[in-house]
Design a protein around this ligand. Sequence first.
Ligand SMILES: Nc1ncnc2c1ncn2[C@@H]1O[C@H](COP(=O)(O)OP(=O)(O)OP(=O)(O)O)[C@@H](O)[C@H]1O
Length: 359
Amino acid sequence: MLNVDNIQCRYDDAPVVQDISFHVNDGDIACLLGPSGCGKTTVLRAIAGFQSVSAGQITIDDRCLSRPGFNLEPEERHVGMVFQDYALFPHLSVYDNIRFGLRKHSRDQQRKTVAKMLDLVRLTGVEKRYPHELSGGQQQRVALARALAPSPALLLMDEPFSNLDTELRRQLSLEVRDILKEFGISAILVTHDQQEAFAFSDQVGLLYNGQFQQWDTPFNLYHEPANRTVATFIGEGSFLPGITGHETNIVHTELGALIGNRAYPWSADTPVDVLLRPDDVVLTQHGGLHATVEKKVFTGGATVYTLRLPSGNRVSALLPSHQDFALGESLQVGTQLDHLIAFQRHDIAPGSATDKADL
Ligand SMILES: Nc1ncnc2c1ncn2[C@@H]1O[C@H](COP(=O)(O)OP(=O)(O)OP(=O)(O)O)[C@@H](O)[C@H]1O
């Protein structure tokens, strides 16, 4: 449906994002994730028509929206937008805010659409109120209703939940996802919150320094990171040094011989770093290694421990919180892995194809 083909955007003649390609299928929710300043909003603004492209093109259903020298007006794109700060008109009632994009429709049609939208965002009954008479969460629902009222082909959302407190943020983002899915609305979310990106989206693109590091499902970003940047940014994890064995799927580490399920491209005795997620590190009864509890973060159902291994290397372990270990306590730990993600150490530039292997 939406096709972003190799676009580049510039500010003051310097490229800010480049080589950006992805597509969004009908009814899919995509997400642009990345640290502050990596270019997420710039890509979103290019799709909305507020930012021109200096290379590549953007199309919706084969209709060209942008290419160098051509920028279809934002209002001609059939794209809705929801912003972080709600951007409601303060002097207009909820009713008038929602019907703002429906000025070409008949009064009767406007009334029916506004009622339908209020029902959709579960706000029926507040149409006469003004934005300042609503909570932040309610204002954002009105903004969503306003953006969806003209039936856009695509909804763009720029950090729409970040002005809300944590609990409301989680709750509203799940509700909005349900609404989009129920009505088959395609959308792109911009966020720097990884948990939000994972819970909300079908596909996530990780942007770093203006370039995509990986465009994939949340599951693959977590379990199959394409390079060190993705492995470091996504999820919690530690890199444990190891040496490849003579068998092409084994890495020898302090935590024992870790066995992957695929062959790696390196010769024996190559220094590598193995990515260990906190749920890969487990307590063992027999064998294993003694590790000292250095830090602990209680998260409710589980506790994340930072463990120091005899070598001084540190790993994280996610353990059920009913087993409560004290700082300084010694635990016997091992690993439980489905497959290995390893990166060759130092001698190849991070991010290059041969730098990484799934084992
Ligand atoms: N109008 C502008 N003129 C010049 N540089 C800009 C302009 N807007 C953004 N930039 C720069 O472009 C880069 C990308 O900005 P952008 O807003 O797209 O990042 P972002 O990933 O959305 O960040 P954040 O999460 O902080 O909103 C930043 O370095 C920013 O300083």
